[in-house]
Design a protein around this ligand. Sequence first.
Ligand code: HEM
Length: 137
Amino acid sequence: MTPKQIELIRASWDKVLPISTTAAELFYGKLFELDPELRPLFKGDLTEQGRKLMTMLGTVVRSLDNLDAIVPVAQASGARHAGYGVTDEMYDTVAEALLWTLAQGLGNDFTDELKEAWVAAYIILSDVMKEAAKEAA
Ligand code: HEM
């Protein structure tokens, strides 16, 4: 990731944070619209789950200039996700729902350049998670 991409993501995250509850609601709504079969994987309270998701994304955003620091966290999370029944393909659906949510939340501020930056960050994170899931299997 380039310093410019990191800066763009951080600035965009500052705008998403104040609306994080709504963003999480939008995200799960979109995710289950894209693939209703994902709904039963979520056994707990979705509001609480949304908070956890936003917290983890916030940690990632803060650590973009020092990704080594969050590799162990992402690996542990990837292994847990395998246990939830999450497959590699589902990461693509989550990416689509996430990008859609950012577009909704940020409106015109969600430029192509910003989207590219988020895609780059998501690929780094999800690759580590998927790899750890394989090793856990
Ligand atoms: C980079 C991508 C992702 C991030 C940052 C993320 C984040 C999280 C976090 C923080 C939790 C809380 C529990 C834990 O840490 O183990 C969680 C749980 C969960 N995630 Fe993810 N996740 C991602 C991808 C996915 C994907 C692709 C799926 C597939 C549908 C998924 C489905 C779930 C499920 C089913 C749970 C457990 C919910 C429950 O117990 O009700 N996640 N996720």
